[in-house]
Design a binder for this molecule. Structure first.
Ligand code: ADP
Length: 265
């Protein structure tokens, strides 16, 4: 849609001349708005579980004091709310850390095949519980890329976890790694990792916004599976730090394919 452009009029008196100039303030105005929205979002996201916790604490001290069954049920809910808050705070910390060192190029060399295998192993219990089989296809074994191993673990954990969460029981999640001497869409040499699921997919008008902080597709599934809406924002920052590319392709009712291209040079 149409965007408002915000100008700041600058009056400068240089000697006897008065110079009027117009500065485009749109970008900094937008950054300011994003910052305010972000703080509002964080506050809201933290407030919700806190309110629930306070309510249950009160009930436990009062009405439910002598009702062991109710007490157990409330403690269960409280534990879930508290772990939701923990996840949110962890994600916020990751996000601010990644933003912090986005300009610093990672120096380690990472064996992506080994890294993917270990991420998948860690997610096995979750995949099993969801009835999803995760397969790894290493077309180029022992592919080394300059990178930050801890951050790349975060990238693939988020992507594979999403594929499991938003996938469908009985359907597969396929991960593949491919060396690209000439990437069809990019210049330069690198490694492409794709994570494909056969889940419900994402409507095209949502795709461009998925990497925004707190953006979640407002469907029944997203609300049900729980998450912070920060995962893909973190992924995007880490991929940027690696001078890589993130590509999201999806078709509603068919599934989603997310590719990460990491340059080797
Ligand atoms: P969340 O914590 O909500 O999973 P993310 O930033 O990781 O946050 O993802 C943002 C939103 O993108 C999700 O809430 C979901 O609506 C959508 N999404 C992400 N991955 C997939 C996928 N593989 N299939 C369908 N929808 C997805």
């Amino acid at each position: 849609g149409a965007k408002d452009v915000i100008f700041r009029v600058v009056v400068d008196s240089a000697g006897d001349d008065i110079v009027l100039s117009f500065e485009d303030q749109t970008a900094s105005e937008e950054a300011g708005k994003m910052r305010r929205d972000f703080v509002a979002n964080v506050s809201h996201e933290l407030r919700t579980p806190l309110t629930a916790l306070l309510g249950f604490i009160e009930t436990l001290g009062g009405a439910a004091r002598d009702d062991p069954a109710a007490r157990d049920r409330f403690l269960g809910i409280m534990a879930r709310e508290a772990s939701r808050m923990t996840r949110l705070v962890d994600d916020l910390l990751s996000l601010s850390r990644v933003e912090e060192d986005e300009r610093v190029r990672p120096r380690e060399h990472v064996d992506l095949g080994a890294l993917l295998s270990s991420v998948i192993k860690g997610l096995e219990p979750q995949a099993e519980a969801a009835g999803v089989a995760v397969s790894l296809n290493l077309n180029s074994p022992a592919e080394m890329v300059p990178g930050d191993a801890g951050q790349l673990v975060q990238v693939f954990t988020n992507l594979i976890e999403n594929a499991i969460k938003y996938g469908v029981s009985g359907k597969a999640v396929d991960i593949s790694l491919q060396a690209r001497r000439h990437h069809p869409r990019l210049r330069g040499e690198g490694v492409e990792i794709t994570v494909s699921d056969q889940g419900e997919g994402i409507a095209s008008h949502h795709i461009a916004r998925l990497t925004e902080r707190f953006y979640r597709v407002d469907n029944h599934r997203s609300r049900e599976v729980g998450g912070t809406g920060l995962g893909l924002a973190i992924v995007k920052h880490i991929v940027n730090r690696h001078r890589g590319r993130l590509l999201i392709e999806s078709e509603e009712g068919q599934g989603t394919k997310i590719s990460v291209f990491l340059p080797v040079g």
